[in-house]
Design a protein around this ligand. Structure first.
Ligand SMILES: Nc1ncnc2c1ncn2[C@@H]1O[C@H](COP(=O)(O)OP(=O)(O)OP(=O)(O)O)[C@@H](O)[C@H]1O
Length: 299
């Protein structure tokens, strides 16, 4: 088996609330996997557990078939977390050298500079003087300092401008070509679609969809029929229509998400509902993602 990350029935509860609820997945060597989901979905908690920084309440996590806390594991992984906390008084280059010294086969400083886009001027700055975007670059450099086989990136592009984002994803593609395994979290379907081999879509602590971006897109970007209702129609009633896969209300219109708009229209007409302003929507991907998570919110 090529799986270098393995989670089996992992749950993390804070007090009584389950942040991650019975999650299982495995990741193979060389895969780029996006953990996608809205705020509070459990993405960061999952990353922190994989890194051995949080202990699961139940279930098991293995990296390279070992406990994530083992030194032999730590030497093979790198992580960029949301908060980069470094020693403010040190210069950027000193922090990078310090991190490199923790690893048996670190990446060269030259390569780290190319990968992260840090400039010579940035290297001489004290960490406390860095802008938000420069701090993210430093965080990325520290994640790569040990030339890791497995890289964890928690919302890596937050605070980056467009140029920095572009360069960042180019570097990720380059690291993938080198055979590195990359796991990143994001709120943005587009980012996951552009770079990931596989998406794990999290919502409320569970994986609600999993697959290649193409598969996820096919599942999510369903068409819908929308209309204005002239009478009191309940979502629950419409959800019973045989071809309705989802029903929701937005800006005074009712939307019925479906695989077959012709059939759903026939079903709606048959019921003789008093409706007007009927439209068929193609379904944008971002919208579909929002629908999926919003609708689950209401369940
Ligand atoms: N240390 C903690 N103590 C209590 N609750 C926590 C703690 N850490 C996370 N949670 C809760 O667990 C849930 C999942 O949080 P998590 O940070 O994993 O989500 P996320 O998907 O990373 O969200 P975001 O996109 O906002 O970063 C949230 O409801 C959060 O409030």
């Amino acid at each position: 088996m090529n799986a270098i990350v393995l989670l089996e029935d992992v749950t993390k509860a804070f007090k009584n609330k389950k942040a991650v609820d019975d999650v299982s997945f495995s990741i193979n060597k060389g895969e780029v996997v996006a953990i996608l989901g809205p705020n509070g979905a459990g993405k960061t908690t999952t990353i922190m557990m994989m890194l051995g920084l949080l202990k699961p309440t139940s279930g098991e996590i293995k990296l390279f078939n070992m406990d994530p806390k083992e030194k032999r594991v730590r030497e093979r992984i790198g992580a960029m977390l949301q908060e980069v906390s470094v020693i403010d008084a040190l210069k950027v280059i000193e922090i990078i050298q310090l991190f490199r010294s923790y690893y048996p086969n670190p990446m060269s400083v030259e390569e780290l500079i190319v990968c992260t886009g840090l400039s010579d001027a940035d290297l001489k700055k004290r960490a406390e003087k860095l802008s938000g975007g420069q701090k993210r670059r430093l965080g990325f450099a520290l994640a790569l300092a040990g030339d890791p086989e497995l890289v964890f990136l928690d919302e890596p592009t937050v605070g980056m401008d467009i140029t920095a984002r572009k360069q960042f994803w180019q570097t990720i593609s380059h690291l993938k070509e080198q055979g590195k395994t990359i796991i990143f979290t994001t709120h943005y379907l587009q980012e996951a679609d552009d770079v990931a081999d596989r998406i794990l879509l999290f919502h409320r602590g569970t994986i609600v969809e999993e697959g290649a971006p193409k598969e996820i897109k096919m599942k999510l970007s369903k068409q819908s029929v929308s209309f204005v209702s002239e009478e009191e129609l309940t979502i629950a009633e419409l959800a019973l229509l045989p071809n309705a896969s989802n029903v929701y209300q937005k800006d005074g219109r009712i939307y019925i998400v479906t695989d077959n708009t012709d059939k759903i229209l026939a079903e709606v007409f048959e019921k003789k509902y008093k409706i007007s302003s009927i439209q068929i929507e193609q379904g944008r991907l971002d919208e579909a993602f929002e629908q999926l998570t919003n609708n689950r919110e209401a369940i």
